[in-house]
Design a protein around this ligand. Structure first.
Ligand code: PBG
Length: 327
């Protein structure tokens, strides 16, 4: 059969003919050293309790968190983000700055037993208050300024335990500046701040709240987390956090906010992190368990899109799986 050929100067398909060719012209690459693995640290010993809505993610006692950090390191992931699940909760979230609480203990243990691990800590009160809100309540509303003082105390206690980076996720006004000042006064001017600068009030945090037991007892987080409809506001939030001393800025969640990541990266040219959150992870896991998607491909496509949007740091529960896939 005779072939008829169009006279085409440009044939984009030429560059898609083989895997070697596609790899040669690939614009976006992932590497395990851009991943940060979140860990949920609880009290006790030998505890490794899987979270129902997050298959493959566990509540871990300090000894188990050390094992997980070591396993992550072996997979090529050297950064972890610690969340605490204290048994004691009160109305001011005092376990957030207790030097013997799970996070502070885990920082010391991981630093001692898994050298070379970069330890990031989440700074917020929601896991530590009995009412589940991110701050102190006065007349039923979150009081910004007294909360900031508590957050600075928490961040300082993380630094004292050996944290490399503190990551305030509370969205109170002025917290980055207050934390920077507290760290500097405490002699921790080398501890960096990764601020959850543009953190949206998202339905995709649902599974996290199961994992951390941090669902608010009443109301919601709309008075401090951002309205999903806004993007100019994200640029203002990021500008403020940079002014106050943030070293790394974060957009969260990731997938529904790729445009925000791209704009923030463009506007500021700053180290930018994106948090691929619990609900985004849970959706992929659920679809994969039903046989509805090819999980390894969907995982890599998702993480690639976050990188392509402009984030060079990706916080994801898939960190270890993705690192192994890249090996
Ligand atoms: C604490 C915090 C939350 C997440 C990270 N830090 C929950 C929230 O704001 O309700 C969510 C992370 C995830 O969903 O994976 N404030």
């Amino acid at each position: 059969m005779a072939h008829s050929s169009l006279k085409l100067t440009r044939r984009p398909r030429r560059l898609r003919t083989t895997e070697a060719m596609r790899a040669l012209v690939r614009e976006t690459r992932l590497s395990p050293d851009m991943f940060v693995l979140p860990l949920f640290v609880c009290e006790g010993e030998g505890v490794r309790r899987e979270i129902g809505s997050m298959p493959g993610v566990f509540n871990l006692s300090v000894d188990e968190a050390v094992k997980e950090a070591a396993a992550a390191k072996a997979d090529g992931v050297s950064s972890v983000l610690l969340f605490g699940l204290p048994e004691h909760k009160d109305d001011v979230g005092s376990a957030a700055y207790d030097p013997e609480a799970p996070v502070q203990s885990a920082i010391r243990a991981i630093k001692r037993e898994v050298p070379g691990t970069l330890v990031v800590t989440d700074v917020c009160l929601c896991e530590y208050t009995d009412h589940g809100h991110c701050g102190l309540l006065i007349d039923g509303a979150i009081a910004n300024d007294p909360t900031v003082g508590q957050l600075a105390r928490a961040a300082l206690s993380h630094a004292a335990a050996g944290a490399d980076i503190v990551a305030p996720s509370d969205m109170m006004d002025g917290r980055v500046g207050a934390i920077r000042e507290a760290l500097d006064e405490g002699g921790f001017n080398n501890v960096a701040i990764m601020s959850y600068a543009a953190k949206y009030c998202s339905a995709f945090y649902g599974p996290f709240r199961d994992a951390a037991g941090s669902t608010p007892q009443f109301g919601d987080r709309r008075s401090h987390q951002m309205d999903p409809a806004n993007v100019e506001e994200a640029l203002r939030e990021v500008a403020l956090d940079i002014e106050e001393g943030a070293d790394i800025i974060m957009v969260k969640p990731a997938l529904a906010y790729l445009d925000v990541i791209a704009k923030v990266k463009d506007a500021f040219g700053y180290p930018t992190a994106a948090y691929h959150v619990s609900g985004e992870y849970a959706m992929l896991k659920a679809a994969a368990r039903n046989g509805w998607i090819d999980e390894p491909r969907a995982m890599m496509e998702t993480l690639t899109s976050i990188r392509r949007a402009g984030a060079e740091i990706i916080i994801t529960y898939y960190a270890r799986e993705a690192a192994r896939a890249l090996a």
